[in-house]
Design a protein around this ligand. Structure first.
Ligand code: URA
Length: 463
């Protein structure tokens, strides 16, 4: 019997580092006990003898397994590490097992991953900050009780969204503190440590709005006008600065801003999956009623380059993936000619549902209107905050309108860098389907060349 002791309940990397050599050495799942700290998590395992996991070569596991495991590790189920290891072990002989939704183990793990994604979403949707005065400067403190071990996994989301605030999120297991530059981690807290009272909804909303369009809101002025009726003379308020100071003194780790993205990259993946899951149920406009499904963006969460199209077409709607139909073929050819690897870029659409007119058996593309673009802007902004691309490329007028919040003329704006409301760099070029619609072959080739030239400039801008 071997015992693997993981340092933290949400530590995917340590689980993977231990599990790979064990599976490579064909150690049966029944011979491994997984525990966190000193506490056994696999309550059903027999007596265990401490044993080092053997070093040695791992083996390649399919990407969907890694994606699943990153979520499952966060679940509040004491058997999760053992269940994942059983799946990993079986994958050696059944490489496609992870796709077999009829398999009871896969179904159970999928269920756990779904619960985790929901919890991540709940934390993002329901957590509310309260303002406390910390030596003359405001700090925003929130108390949250997650069902699963999702707090670190959600850190990237809150850092991205509330980058300019100083905030603390207190939870029973761990607390997170952001000082505007670095994220630090402290021990768990209790509800009594957190300030009570009405959450400062106006601040919350102001920050949402400010992040989405800073040109629209003057945050400084709004904060000054905000009534400071909270906390000042309340006894429990005094605890909060102490708590924060104490927690900071016992910081488990300090992450520099420059490293934040890299360090919490795995967690961005989990947060992105939660976002995609949330978007799958989007009813922000009426388009969901007739489309087959939400077609969310696709690509690595640490992509430096993001492409935004208009909306999914017929084939994308059926497959649930962006740019795989005829326009996608043109897009792929142009990317290849410009020597941009599609696997390294994030590809999404301004509108996530297919809008069409039914003509007989055919579904004919219909242009999304301003209301649909505006309703869907929520998703693209969330994608941008998570991915934080260095450069975003708008393919066509709808994408440009969504990103810049105004109508632009492609011919006038293409071929040069523009600045997005969040400070990121944007480029505008034509939509690939514009090239497809051209009857004149010579002109189409010429336009294709210009499209590729734009992409080459974008590539050069990335450095
Ligand atoms: N056109 C788009 O704008 N997006 C797609 O995903 C497909 C076609």
């Amino acid at each position: 019997m071997r015992t693997v002791t993981l340092p933290a309940p949400d530590d995917f990397d340590s689980w993977r580092d231990a599990a790979r050599p064990l599976a490579a050495a064909e150690v049966p799942p029944d011979d491994v006990v997984w525990q966190v700290g000193e506490a056994p998590t696999d309550l059903f395992a027999g007596e265990s003898v401490a044993h080092e996991a053997p070093a040695g070569a791992g083996f390649t596991v399919p990407r969907p397994f890694i994606d699943l495991a990153r979520n499952v590790v966060l679940a509040n189920d004491p058997e999760r590490f053992a269940l994942l290891y059983t799946l990993l072990f079986r994958l050696r002989r059944e490489p496609k097992l992870v796709e077999d939704r009829a398999d009871p183990l896969v179904r159970r793990l999928d269920g756990l991953a779904r619960q985790v994604r929901r919890d991540i979403h709940k934390m993002r949707a329901f957590l509310r900050f309260r303002e406390v005065d910390e030596g003359g400067t405001p700090r925003f403190v929130a108390w949250f009780e997650p069902e699963h071990h999702i707090v670190r996994a959600n850190a990237a989301f809150f850092v991205n969204r509330f980058a300019s605030m100083r905030w603390s999120i207190l939870t029973p297991e761990v607390s997170l503190h952001w000082d505007g530059k670095g994220l630090s981690e402290g021990p768990g807290a209790s509800k009594a440590d957190a300030p009570e009272g009405d959450p400062i909804e106006a601040v919350w909303k102001t920050y949402y709005a400010s992040i989405f369009n800073p040109a629209r809101v003057k945050i400084g002025a709004m904060l000054k006008e905000m009534p400071r009726k909270y906390w000042k003379n309340m006894p429990e308020t005094a605890l909060v600065p102490q708590l924060i100071a104490g927690a900071q003194a016992r910081e488990a780790s300090m992450i520099q801003t420059a490293q934040t993205r890299q360090d919490i990259g795995g967690n961005s993946q989990v947060a992105w999956e939660a976002l995609r899951e949330e978007a799958a149920h989007c009813t922000r406009c009426h388009l969901y009623k007739h489309a087959t499904q939400t077609v969310f963006g696709e690509g690595p969460v640490d992509a430096r380059l993001m492409f935004v199209g208009e909306q999914p077409g017929d084939q994308e709607d059926l497959a649930g993936k962006p740019f795989i139909g005829p326009a996608g073929q043109v897009f792929n050819r142009a990317l290849a000619t410009a020597e941009i690897d599609r696997d390294t870029v994030y590809v999404t659409n301004a509108v996530k549902h297919f809008k069409f007119e039914q003509r007989g058996k055919r579904r004919i593309h219909a242009k999304p209107g301003a209301g649909e673009i505006d309703a869907c802007r929520w998703w693209i902004e969330q994608e941008q905050m998570l991915i934080r691309p260095d450069v975003t490329v708008a393919l066509g007028a709808t994408a440009a309108r969504s990103l810049l919040g105004k109508v632009v003329t492609i011919g006038k704006e293409r071929g040069r860098a523009l600045t997005l409301p969040d400070g990121g760099q944007a480029w505008i070029t034509v939509h690939p389907s514009y090239l497809l619609r051209m009857d004149d072959k010579a002109r189409a080739e010429d336009e294709f060349g210009q499209f590729v030239d734009d992409l080459r400039k974008v590539k050069a801008a990335l450095g």
